[in-house]
Design a protein around this ligand. Structure first.
Ligand code: 5GP
Ligand code: MN
Ligand code: MN
Length: 474
């Protein structure tokens, strides 16, 4: 696909409609955040997504855009489901419902510091992470695993892993309704059954952070955040279960796509109409994985809460839990008409504006918290949703990779990274330095520039900046 990039303002670019593109591409990034390295296909992916049947408005890319499977990471695309709109597993990603949960501690940095080493050691011991290394919880057979797939974080809380107030601060109150575990393969159940309550590897983490700066006092207060406060940020998803579901359904769709008259520039964009047997099957399985991911984060958050209580006498209150890899059916106005859209957000965070009916009552006035992890050695941010967001109320989800994992392994040394993190005052407990090197700060875009571009493009507003003091990596 030919990419004709036009600078619309210093903050955004348009990809002109050419060839089979049904809508233009909109890239919410200044030039310095564009993925322009030779051989990088991310912008071509934005253009490819614009060819999907039923796509409306534009194929969007957030400022943290980088290369992904089919869709770019940082991609947002909505299709009109009653006009043949499709659903594409590549528009959700392999780690279905990967997302971020932030908890605010009832303790400030100064009071926590004496406990930090012991806290890190205990978490290091208790929090399962890395490739296939145990889990906090083992469901009692398939029947109980199905409960997790149907009821997500709600089931975890019901079983005593958390408090009802946690669910008030979860997207969809902890679970989506239309999960269909019968669409989840035996292999996916097998992979996921032993991983409920585990972080996983690589980019996933549990991090202790401190609120370093507050941009919006009243919003921060509504979120339960203040300067100097300790927080816990958890980033993980649906582990082997989601991965297997994505593989299974990409394969199934690839085989039947032609029957629906769909042909696409990239087979990684495999898709079928939302209103089709295969489309419904994928959405049912995807929802099951979404619930699994939410139960996963609920268990991990509750374990961190127990450790904070025991070792630091501190509480942890949930700020919010939100996915950044998921597709949702949302009724929205497009070109003056109400339409049911299948909104794919892949490496993009839903960001509801103030007044939205899906917000919990205590957040209606301020909007939905959006979490933007940066790197283990730099900052992370909390933003809030704003009115008039052009990308169907979506925001960025991270700093975004600039180096491949391979390049990071080549360029980063363990010694150099250890020194860098020690100088930044960050205690690290890795399961493998190899995996930490892949996620070194140098491998990512500048998160400060990413959130600035996000705010300039009216995709969110800055609320607080967080800095890490302790990192548990997979
Ligand atoms: P993804 O969901 O695309 O895998 O990752 C989301 C974002 O997490 C990345 O773009 C990166 O900015 C951020 N990230 C990766 N590792 C870490 C970490 O150890 N700590 C923090 N705070 N952020 C990280
Ligand atoms: Mn993930
Ligand atoms: Mn993620």
């Amino acid at each position: 696909m030919d990419v004709r990039l036009i600078e619309e303002s210093p903050w955004r670019f348009r990809i002109e409609r050419t060839g089979d593109m049904r809508v233009p591409g909109t890239v919410f990034a200044p030039r310095e955040l564009l993925p322009l390295d030779a051989g990088d296909k991310s912008l071509e992916q934005v253009a490819n997504v614009a060819t999907l049947p039923g796509i409306v408005r534009a194929s969007f890319a957030m400022p943290d855009i980088h290369w992904g499977y089919g869709f770019p990471i940082g991609g947002v695309a909505a299709t009109d489901v009653d006009a043949g709109g499709v659903v594409s597993p590549g528009g959700v990603g392999f780690d279905i419902s990967c997302g971020v949960r932030l908890l605010g501690a009832t303790v400030d940095r100064r009071s926590l510091m004496p406990h930090l080493p012991e806290l890190m050691d205990r978490l290091d011991h208790l929090i399962p992470r890395g490739l296939g290394r145990g889990a906090l919880w083992r469901p009692g057979g398939r029947r109980e695993l199905h409960e997790v797939l149907r009821h997500g974080a709600r089931y975890a809380v019901e079983r005593g892993h958390g408090v009802p107030r946690d669910l008030q601060r979860c997207e969809d109150y902890g679970a989506v309704d239309d999960a269909d575990p019968t669409q989840v393969s035996e292999r996916a159940l097998e992979r996921g059954g032993a991983q409920v309550g585990s972080v996983g590897s690589a980019n996933h983490f549990l991090e202790i952070q401190v609120v370093e700066k507050v941009y919006d006092e009243s919003c921060a207060q509504a979120f339960g955040l203040h300067a100097g406060q300790v927080c816990v940020m958890i980033h993980c998803g649906s582990r082997g279960l989601g991965h297997q579901i994505c593989s299974d359904h990409v394969r199934a769709m690839g085989e039947v796509m032609h029957r629906y008259g769909i042909s696409l520039p990239d087979k990684q964009l495999a898709c079928v109409p939302v209103h089709s047997h295969e489309g419904r099957a994928y959405l049912g399985a995807m929802a099951a994985a979404a619930n699994y991911a939410r139960a996963n984060r609920q268990l991990l958050g509750d374990e961190a809460r127990r450790v904070f209580g025991e070792l630091a006498g501190a509480g942890l209150d949930l700020v919010y839990d939100v996915s950044h890899n998921v597709a949702k059916l949302e009724t929205r106005e497009v070109d003056g008409a109400r339409k049911v859209l299948c909104v794919h957000r892949k490496g993009a965070t839903r960001a509801l504006p103030p007044g939205h009916p899906d917000l919990p009552p205590d957040l209606v006035a301020v909007g939905q918290p959006v979490f933007v992890p940066g790197t283990m050695g730099t900052a992370s941010y909390v933003l809030t949703g704003v009115t008039g967001n052009e990308a169907f109320d979506s925001s960025c989800h991270g700093a975004g990779r600039v180096w491949s994992r391979h390049r990071a392994l080549r360029e980063v040394t363990t010694g150099g990274l250890r020194t860098e993190l020690a100088l930044a005052g960050v205690a690290v407990r890795p399961t493998s330095w190899r995996s930490v090197k892949e996620e070194a700060p140098e491998a990512y875009k500048d998160v400060d520039a990413v959130v600035t571009a996000t705010a300039h493009n009216n995709l969110g507003r800055l609320v607080v900046r967080l800095v890490p003091i302790g990192v548990l990596k997979g």
